[in-house]
Design a protein around this ligand. Structure first.
Ligand code: F3S
Length: 425
């Protein structure tokens, strides 16, 4: 790998042991990927706190974040002192909501450990956003900006909606990038990696959040890791729709970038999206594909009673909380059901100010932050059947927790929470 003089100095220990270990990791990782150089990045989204039970036990046994960071973030058994980060770095979601430890099944000891770990991450200069949607709350990279992000739903949004450039990084590479402002230069950092290769033409109107989730799920299942180009887009989708679309496509497949012609910054025209080439194949998306996708997502569900409704995957926007609060106002969550809604901490502050948190809680629901049921493996006790408005969460919860999952609109989910039954067709 070609290194600049600055990078060689970091490798040689000029900036301390942690930076040298980070450079060593990036060079080994980049060479394994076939990258010829590193690219400068000043925008990183990753995870530095001890988020899993295994890491927490390790940290508690070894004495703190330096040990966890060395072992799990820098891939070295030598415990190095972790310096402040150089890149603007945002913390992604956690394995639990520290403000609802009882619901998450988290002990006081773990909670106290987490609080110390979060303070340590803040001391490093990592922004404690604690969300899978950093682009909602202060981390909005610009077109062409080189980033190093984890979290599949955020990566696809970064590439396709914002026109910034990132591969799907891991805990180790993002941590090394935080300390060095470098990441291997390959894949979606290059123009040629961003060109569309397969086509999807919409024969039907795709309008609601549910519609966009279904389209994303169908598209990801077909294209897997290719870059699809979507034509026939009618009304321009807003942030919640694009959030659900990308999250679904990166769950059923490994899609990291798509082009919506007329929406994606690099797809003003179909020709631009394909980079002047022809797609290998174009498929049409119509009523049959929509219906079959809905049946497939709902394949695990047969009991009509609903124990639990989870909203906020990816983390809800303030617009979605506003909608949920309007649907809930004056109603009560059924005694045999529960409603948890997940959002970033910063957006919960706005929900508090607008009275939405109060409406949700008066109905018997909870507005939670930092995590979700898939990440925390936490659901209300006794849950067997869940209702969701997220294709991504409907993809993961049956596999992770063995639950039955109904997928539908936000309105259908709120109805299910208030009646204890799934009554959508
Ligand atoms: Fe976010 Fe959890 Fe979904 S972390 S994207 S809400 S699986």
């Amino acid at each position: 790998m070609r290194l600049t003089d600055e990078e060689k100095a970091m490798c040689d220990g000029r900036d301390g042991a942690a930076v040298a270990r980070a450079m060593d990791l990036l060079v080994r990782y980049g060479e394994a990927l076939g990258a010829e150089a590193l690219v400068e990045t000043r925008n990183v989204c990753g995870t530095v706190t001890a988020t899993t039970p295994f890491m927490r036990d390790f940290a508690m046994a070894k004495g703190g974040l330096d040990a966890v960071f060395s072992e799990f973030n820098l891939d070295t058994s030598e415990v190095v002192t972790v310096p402040k980060v150089r890149a603007f770095s945002s913390h992604l979601q956690l394995g639990f909501d520290p403000h609802h430890p009882a619901e998450m099944g988290v002990s006081e000891q773990v909670l106290q450990f987490y609080k110390r770990s979060e303070a340590e991450a803040a001391r490093m200069g990592v922004q404690i956003l604690n969300t899978c949607t950093p682009y909602q709350v202060g981390n909005v990279p610009t077109r062409g900006e080189h980033c190093a992000w984890m979290e599949s739903s955020a990566v696809i949004y970064c590439n396709s909606v914002l026109g910034a450039r990132t591969n799907t990084e891991g805990r180790e590479s993002t941590s090394a990038a935080m300390l060095t402002c470098r990441i291997p230069d390959w894949g979606f950092h290059h123009d040629k990696g961003r060109v569309g290769t397969l086509g999807v033409h919409l024969d039907i109107a795709v309008e609601s959040v549910e519609d966009w989730g279904l389209l994303g799920y169908w598209m990801g299942d077909w294209v897997q890791e290719h870059v699809p180009v979507v034509t026939g887009v009618g009304r321009v989708p807003n942030l919640p729709r694009l959030k659900h679309f990308g999250a679904a496509a990166s769950s059923s497949g490994g899609v990291e970038m798509y082009h919506l012609v007329g929406v994606t910054p690099e797809a003003n025209t179909k020709e631009q999206a394909y980079g002047g080439r022809k797609p290998a194949e174009v498929r049409h998306y119509g009523d049959r594909q929509r219906r079959e996708t809905l049946e497939r997502i709902n394949a695990t569900a047969h009991d009509k009673h609903v124990d639990y409704v989870m909203l906020g995957c990816p983390h809800y926007t303030i617009e979605q909380i506003w909608e949920a609060a309007q649907l809930l106002e004056g109603r009560k969550v059924h005694e045999n059901s529960a409603l948890w809604i997940f959002t970033p901490r910063a957006i919960k502050e706005v929900a508090n100010r607008n009275g939405y948190t109060q409406i949700i809680e008066a109905a018997g629901g909870k507005l939670m932050t930092d995590s979700c049921s898939a990440m925390s493996r936490a659901v209300p006790p006794g849950t067997k059947v869940v209702a969701l408005d997220s294709a991504k969460q409907a993809h993961y919860l049956p596999a992770i927790l063995g639950l039955q999952a109904w997928f539908g609109t936000t309105e259908q989910c709120i109805d299910a929470a208030c009646t204890g039954r799934w009554s959508a067709a």
